[in-house]
Design a protein around this ligand. Structure first.
Ligand SMILES: Cc1ncc(COP(=O)(O)O)c(C=O)c1O
Length: 366
């Protein structure tokens, strides 16, 4: 994954400029550094992935794949029919994408022109801004306040100017906050000429979805991912849902084979193993409560969460804590860069056993 991380100054190399001119918007992009490698085997609480791995049923299905299946270009129709049934939509209302990242690029390619306005609440998933900037869009941002409250009035005001696209993660990353249906309805009503992406990457943990609204809302696109609860981040699979007319437009701009065959095989098997998924989600929700309690007892400020992660304010010393935990092979994510001061750390919630290990380490290192 190429999640945004500022390149540390020390590792910046003087790269010669290419002879071929680079698009100015690309030249202006903040430099990104791929996330740290070698995370396997560590306590991975830094990318909101599934912390125990995907369902064994998905692995078995992958092992049953034949070499011919790998030799053939992906065929989507049958899998799409079955997955559409799972999501209770029509196949014409659904597109597979190479993770939500790829879905964002497709949205930009289909709807956003250079100079179009893209409205974002911030902080939010950094890839919204990344793809909007690559598309040459003008990003308009409304800030969450210090209590991590969503800037609803400002967003409603900005919608009067009809930006081309509004991206909302629900629950939001990194604040972990959730917009209720009433707020989402107000936003959609206020956006007749704006496409609204509601990114439900953490739906399994929040239980709140407006996916069924796609039929009656001409301005709504919903995204889901298999990278989080389902545990298939390495295979890169996401989905976009929208009314057939919007979906058709996106299909025109889509690459012919955005998703590989193995991803679909594993995804179907993983979804069929409902018990595994339900058990994992239940464990994470239980742990979320215990982790929040434990951290508050230690004196940290924890923001309410509807996702599989907590945003925690450790105050001064938060950055040092992140580094000390990493030495103990516990990875959490320092998000202070987005809040203007040290202390804000995003912690993925794992199982109760993983939570006990984490809490003990924080107690010793903070
Ligand atoms: C809100 C949100 N959307 C999408 C993603 C990425 O999803 P994918 O792995 O499908 O690209 C993330 C990952 O951190 C996220 O936080």
């Amino acid at each position: 994954m190429k999640k945004a991380q500022p390149r540390p100054k020390s590792s910046r190399r003087a790269v010669p400029l290419p002879v071929i001119p680079v698009r100015p918007v690309v030249g202006r992009l903040a430099p990104y550094l791929a996330p740290q490698e070698g995370r396997a085997g560590k306590l991975r609480l830094d990318f909101n992935e599934n912390t125990i791995g995907c369902s064994p049923a998905a692995l078995r299905a992958l092992r049953r794949m034949t070499s011919e299946q790998l030799a053939i270009y992906p065929e989507y129709e049958a899998a799409k029919r079955r997955l559409a049934r799972h999501f209770a939509v029509r196949p014409s209302e659904m597109l597979f994408t190479n993770g939500v990242d790829d879905a964002l690029r497709l949205l930009m390619d289909t709807f956003v022109e250079p100079g179009s306005a893209v409205l974002l609440p911030e902080p939010t998933f950094t890839m919204y801004r990344f793809y909007a900037e690559i598309a040459g869009a003008r990003v308009v941002a409304a800030r969450y306040d210090a209590g991590m409250r969503f800037p609803l009035e400002e967003i409603l005001r900005e919608l009067r100017r009809s930006p081309r696209l509004l991206c909302l993660a629900n629950p939001n990353n990194p604040t972990a906050t959730l917009l209720d249906e009433a707020a989402l309805a107000r936003i959609l009503d206020a956006a007749p000429r704006t496409l609204v992406l509601v990114d439900e990457a953490y739906y399994e943990f929040s239980g709140v979805t407006i996916l069924p609204w796609i039929r009656r809302r001409a301005n709504l696109v919903v995204s889901r991912t298999f990278s989080k609860a389902v545990g298939l981040a390495g295979l890169r699979l996401g989905a976009l849902f929208a009314r057939a007319d919007l979906a058709d437009a996106m299909r025109r701009a889509c690459t012919p084979f955005p998703v590989n065959t193995a991803a679909l095989v594993a995804a179907e098997a993983a979804l069929q193993d409902r018990r595994f998924l339900q058990r994992y989600v239940r464990q994470v929700k239980e742990s979320r409560w215990h982790l929040a309690q434990g951290l508050e007892t230690l004196g940290a400020r924890v923001f309410p969460s509807a996702a599989n992660f907590l945003l925690v304010d450790f105050g001064p010393g938060g950055g040092r804590l992140v580094r000390r935990l990493a030495r103990r092979k516990i990875l959490v994510r320092d998000r202070s860069g987005e809040f203007g001061r040290d202390g804000f750390v995003r912690v993925t919630v794992g199982t109760p056993a993983q939570t006990r290990v984490l809490l003990r380490a924080i107690e010793e290192e903070w």
